[in-house]
Design a protein around this ligand. Sequence first.
Ligand SMILES: Nc1nc2c(ncn2[C@@H]2O[C@H](COP(=O)(O)OP(=O)(O)OP(=O)(O)O)[C@@H](O)[C@H]2O)c(=O)[nH]1
Ligand SMILES: [Mg+2]
Length: 1124
Amino acid sequence: MPSIPEAELIRLQANQAHVRNICILAHVDHGKTTLSDSLLASNGIISSKLAGKVRFLDSRADEQERGITMESSAISLYFKIRRRVAAASIAAAAAKASAAVPSGNVMDQSNDTTATTTTAGTGTEDSAANSGTSTPAETVAEEYLINLIDSPGHVDFSGEVSTASRLCDGALVLVDAVEGVCTQTHTVLRQAWKESVRPVLVINKIDRLITELQFTPLEAYIHLNKILEQVNAVMGTFFSENVLEEDYRKKAEKKKEQEGKGGKEGSTGLEDMFSDWHVETQDDSHIYFHPSQGNVIFASAIDGWAFRVDQFAAIYAQKLGMKEAVLRKCLWGDFYLDPKTKRVIGYKGLKGRALKPLAIHLVLDNVWKVYDVVVVNPDKEMTEKVVKSLNLKVLPRDMRSKDTRAVLTTIFSQWLPLSTCVLLAVVEQLPSPAAAQKIRMPKMLHPFETTPPEPTEDWEKGMINCDPTSGVVAYVSKMVSVPLDVLPKNKRKTLSAEEMRQRGRVQREQLVAAAKSAELGEVGVHLDVDEVVANRLQKEAEDKAAAEELEGKEALIGFSRIYSGTVRVGQRLKVLGPKYDPANPTQHCSEVTVDSLFMIMGRDLIGLDQVPAGNVFGIGGLEGHVLKYGTLWSAEWEGGQNLVGKGLETAPIVRVALEPEDPSQMAQLVRGLQLLNQADPSVQVLTQETGEHVILTSGEVHLQRCMADLRERFARIEISMSEPIVPFRETAVDAPAQIVTSSAMAVNEAQGRDQGEKLIAKSETGARGTIVATTANRHVRFVVRTVPIPEDLKKYLLDHAEQIQTYVEDKSRNAKNNSGAAVLTEEVETGEQAKAQKKLLDELTPLFAQAGEDWKGREKDILAFGPRRVGPNLLINQLGFDFSRNRNNSSADSEESNSNGGITVQDMAESIQTGFQIATNGGPLCSEPMLGMAFFLQEIEILDSSQEVGGGSEGRSKMAVSSGQVITSMRDACRLGFLEWSPRLMLAMYSCDIQTTAEVLGKVYAVIARRKGKILHEEMKEGTPFFSIQALLPVVESFGFSDDIRKRTSGAASPQLIFSHFEVLDMDPFWVPNTVEELEDLGEKADRENIAKKYMDVVRKRKGLFVEQKIVEHAEKQRTLRKN
Ligand SMILES: Nc1nc2c(ncn2[C@@H]2O[C@H](COP(=O)(O)OP(=O)(O)OP(=O)(O)O)[C@@H](O)[C@H]2O)c(=O)[nH]1
Ligand SMILES: [Mg+2]
């Protein structure tokens, strides 16, 4: 098939009703890239023989090598349908074609294709569901532009799925017919739902049911129905979640209204009842997938076929003498063909007879038959018969091929070509940008409104109507890095065959003329053979030099979707950053000039002059203005609206430190990291306090991709990488304290000692964890008690981290000086904040009450959360007074207290908090953050304040010394208090999903057990030999896990790892064997067995902290000396 001229594609961009923006979403390895291959082949981008084998859109070397997609890529495709219509209805059909696809019920859209035939690609007659009876006079051609995005399925790259779905209006959601609904299927369906992206289900790899599982058509039918049920169950949960949420919101609104009216009498309960009915009565039929609705495709991407049942309806309607529309509804489900009456009957009509459902009889049997005669039991004669009965014209040469798979693809490419079926479904089932934006835009602009208000602003109208004449609104969802030599302006023009021939002709003529003139010895003719050749060589050398200069350089292109207006090269636009707030329009906002525009064609770009609303495109000139994502806004319009949505990104958990192999190349590394940070939305690039350059990635595969990118594209230098740094947490539990060993003491080296006198020591009289601390200059003495936070409260703090963070941040932004004041009680300025605080307090009160007498009512005395002011540890004021207000019973402000001498308790408040923040940020075990510890500040006393600290500069410097010492004392007191309890390390855990076959189950278990994982759940997938296992695996043990599992199971299992939570490792890192048996078993220090100590020591070693090591005393005794 010849490739489509660029001009055709560009022309179609302007025809909104004929544009579709779609993405392909699925769990990893369900066949997305393979499927897109067939679609590309239909446009002549790759050869149809190679479709399904090259995985063209996986253009990176590492993608091809590992066989998984790591970056989403986009491509624009051309699709032409020739609809067969009766002469009278041509006009009507044409009118219909130009109208926008109706929104709402998916079923509405099944377009009356009863009398239509389709052709794909550039217009060859399609035999998909017809015997070629149409005549050109009866057809209307419709052309479409399909902007397709292939997304990665691996969980490490879920960020890319959010990007893709943001730009699209429709999605093809693939499900592997054998594996069924997997974790990522769930995730991508949810993402599509959230973004109001309409899905079409593609059940792929049906060939595996035939060749691998050897299902009969009946078994396959039952199995496929189960998959449909699973997917619909997932959709159902989204729907009910939505309805309940809406209901809740409505009730809340109503309540508010009633309150506003001055409290009408309580509701009769009737309203509640009605609203419950409302949940049940909402129509949800349009969200489900059913073959008869045309939104389910059955496919085998690798063998290049796909069908929707209505294709078969078109074939059989005439044969059975039925109306096509009726047959279409019966082709999936409990409908049977009565052999006597030749009529379609329902289940009741069966009357005990064992008939096959129509779906098997008319559809699956045929597919199975082809596989049977070609692949399973190859039989040439039978194959020919089948081909004939299907009315296909296969060349004898193709039929004779020894490669059965090739015969199969040849037959299917004629009978059920994948690209036609899929693209037709896209065109019919998925909305055009104009139709989609009517639904998506109000939701995007007013995510919390049940009924979005009518648009009033120009930009709102422009977006909702997808108006190309309005001002520009576009969303840049990511920055893609492309090699400079790919940019159209740098590309050497590829010549068409005709131009090439023409050029050759000219050169030949010149050569002949030159040769002739040389022969004749003509004078005055300047052309000679050498000159022609030299000219050519020089031109080639110049081209090569230009190409070399560009090689290795990268440019950043914004991957965008335009919702309103038409963007043009040279236009000035506003760029709104992700933190842009309409209330503060001057911040996070800059202006750019559009440098270039592109249509993205996989690894190629086509230069454009303008892009109208409703298209996906690439834009140049944003470098330095957009970091990862942003909104483009017409410069003429005031203000703006931030379109940045919330993505799917998994929390980046794998952290490595990087440095160049050659230290002089640091600048390249820094530049490379900047580029990486821009080009990948899910990576985090940091420079630590120590000056180390660190990247955080969402998993091992993501890390490997980032490293490949840095080494080969962005920095282009050798980079050495530290061992992955895995985060731990430190906590303590209420278990018997161990005899504190020398290592614990060493850990706590920092605690202040002064000539044998302990300045920070355990209180003899106080409860467990109580520490009395005195600063080294003996100015301040305080008592702080450490207590592990009870489970429920800890869980609340962890689950509500985001709320606490927003609240505390808002507050510290508003408050001028809040040191020493309880975070939850100071008067708040804004209404929103007051509400947030009240909610937080209301929820904390019962939890504190449950926690015990000490805790009751203390939620009002929380001085700080830590570490970093927002974490899950608490500093609680138990002094009995609010020490920011009572200012030691004087009303002096801080200026005065400094000058008149004398340190006050208030002056210490900030230092105490800082000490708490430092301690919780790095606990005593291995300086990792603490989790779930509370510190009660019980007493604070200023010893001899007035005499020691005088006024003036001397006084101030003494003050500084004192507050510095309070910080260290508080830090050490918190750490020592922590060690009074039984300390524990907490491990970051991955939740791990593995699909595997029964044969290798044992091996999978062995690998998980060796890596200290725990199996949570194991389930056999009904009807298949597959098991799905859910496990928890410590992140620290996870490196190389995927490879290990793949190797040991010969590729039969591949895990998906997602960070889940921190879990306590129930082992005291300071535990040493005490009893005789333990000593016998484990030796004196138990360092072989104590995993907690092992982890702790690794971290301590990395951080340069003291590690207690056993040094062999008499080395020679342990050596086996060879006797000679
Ligand atoms: N038997 C069979 N194998 C298929 C089919 N489609 C794809 N595959 C195979 O499944 C594997 C994964 O295919 P891909 O197309 O790379 O899958 P993907 O969904 O793009 O994977 P990611 O992008 O990594 O998520 C490849 O080995 C394909 O050959 C199919 O219809 N039948
Ligand atoms: Mg892929």
